[in-house]
Structures are given as structure tokens and as C-alpha cells.
Design a protein around this ligand. Structure first.
Ligand code: MTE
Ligand code: MO
Length: 210
């Protein structure tokens, strides 16, 4: 039976067809992944690769790099701190101080309108616990600012339903490592069920809304 030549030919044809189908699928996936990209003159070599799923740092795509967002200097400043304020009550947390607070881990997806969605393991401080240090009660909304000097995603607001979610984090680590600069180092927001555009990277301040 094993030596039946017809049988072998069939097997060869079948696997060749499967192989070609596989190529068709990956080419289509690549086109749909890259179709919405804009090519930034700032980093002509770096724009294509990072957005392919799994090809960015820490196995996660990057929509806008730290270089493109012009945050490299401010985000790597050793004197960086995250300002958390609630009216006149205000505190500043260095990265080391944030790491000293209770850390929570959550597997959450980033879903970008450009057409990709990737899950990752995030670790950091619960947003609701962080704002509690300024006396903010549950049910508070916040305004979140990025270090990014300009652009659409530098300021976002988050309603209490997301702030109070125990998996909404000020993330400091991604997939078991220090957050990569392109993923929002020194700290970023990650919350369940929010569009990617609201998962603010390179945090500067969090302000409790009255
Ligand atoms: N400050 C800032 N945060 C940002 C963005 C940005 O351009 N600036 N892009 C957002 C968008 S559109 C997405 S999809 C996610 C992508 O996160 P990642 O690059 O870590 O994968 O970050 C979000 N956070
Ligand atoms: Mo996005």
C-alpha cells in the first residue's frame, strides 16, 4: 500500500496545494495589516517592520514609536515622575515608587483601528488604587496626559467604569520585562475593553475629574 505510486502522487499534490494556499493567506494578511500605514520620513527604515504582528519589541506591534512621538528625552529622563492630582491634592511617583506599590498582572489586548489586535501580559499599579492616594473616591473619572508634545492621542479622558475596573493598570512591565520605550516606558495605561487609541503611552500626569 505504501508503495502505491498513485497514492504517493496524490499526497504530493495535496501538500503542494496546501502550501500554495498558505502563501495566499499570508500575503493577504500582510496586505491588510500594512494597508493603513502611513510612512513617516522620520524613520524610513523602521516603519514597516514594527507593525507586523509579533514583529515589534516584546512581540507586540507598535503604532507610533517614541522617536516619532518625540518623547525619547522626556521618557528616559531619570528624573521622570508621574503626577497624580485630585484638586489641590497632588503627588508625584518615580518609576521606583510605582514599582513599590502593589503590582497587578492582567492579560489584556491592544486593539488598533488599523486592523490588528494583540494580547499581552501587563503588570503595574491599579489605576483606582493610584488615584486613591490622593483621596479620590471610587466613581471618579480621570484625565490622562502623555509626555508627547503634540498629536491626537496625547490627552484622553477615562470614565469611572474603566477607572474602577481592577484590571485597568498603569503598566510598568510587558510580558515579564520592563516596558519597552516604544510601548510606553516609563509607564502607560492599559485598560480592558478600550480602543487602542485610548491606551495612552508615555504617561506624564493623571488628573482626577471633579
Ligand atoms: N501617547 C500616545 N499613546 C498612544 C498612541 C500615541 O500615538 N501616543 N497610540 C495609541 C494607539 S492608536 C494604539 S493602537 C496603541 C498601540 O500601542 P503599542 O504601540 O504599544 O502597541 O497605543 C496608543 N497609545
Ligand atoms: Mo491604534
Amino acid at each position: 500500500m505504501d508503495d502505491d505510486p498513485n497514492c504517493r502522487r496524490d499526497d504530493v499534490r495535496t501538500s503542494r496545494r496546501m502550501f500554495l494556499t498558505g502563501i495566499g493567506i499570508s500575503a493577504a494578511a500582510l496586505v491588510s495589516l500594512t494597508a493603513g500605514q502611513s510612512f513617516d520620513a522620520l524613520s524610513p527604515l523602521n516603519v514597516f517592520a514594527p507593525r507586523r504582528i509579533g514583529q515589534g519589541p516584546q512581540s507586540l506591534p507598535v503604532n507610533r514609536t517614541a522617536l516619532q512621538a518625540r518623547v525619547v528625552d522626556t521618557a528616559t529622563d531619570p528624573n521622570w515622575s508621574l503626577s497624580v492630582s485630585n484638586g489641590s491634592a497632588s503627588r508625584a511617583f518615580s518609576r521606583a515608587e510605582l514599582l513599590n506599590l502593589t503590582q497587578t498582572e492582567a492579560v489584556l489586548a491592544i486593539a488598533c483601528v488599523e486592523g490588528w489586535s494583540t494580547s499581552a501580559s501587563w503588570r503595574g499599579v491599579r489605576l483606582r488604587e493610584l488615584i486613591r492616594t490622593t483621596g479620590a473616591p471610587t466613581g471618579s473619572g480621570v484625565r490622562i496626559r502623555s509626555l508627547q508634545p503634540r498629536g491626537n492621542y496625547r490627552v484622553t479622558e477615562m470614565g469611572a467604569e474603566f477607572v474602577d475596573d481592577p484590571n485597568t493598570l498603569v503598566a510598568l512591565e510587558l510580558n515579564g520585562e520592563t516596558l519597552d520605550l516604544d510601548h510606553g516606558y516609563p509607564a502607560r495605561i492599559i485598560a480592558p475593553g478600550r480602543p487602542g487609541v485610548l491606551q495612552t503611552k508615555w504617561l506624564d500626569s493623571i488628573e482626577v475629574l471633579a
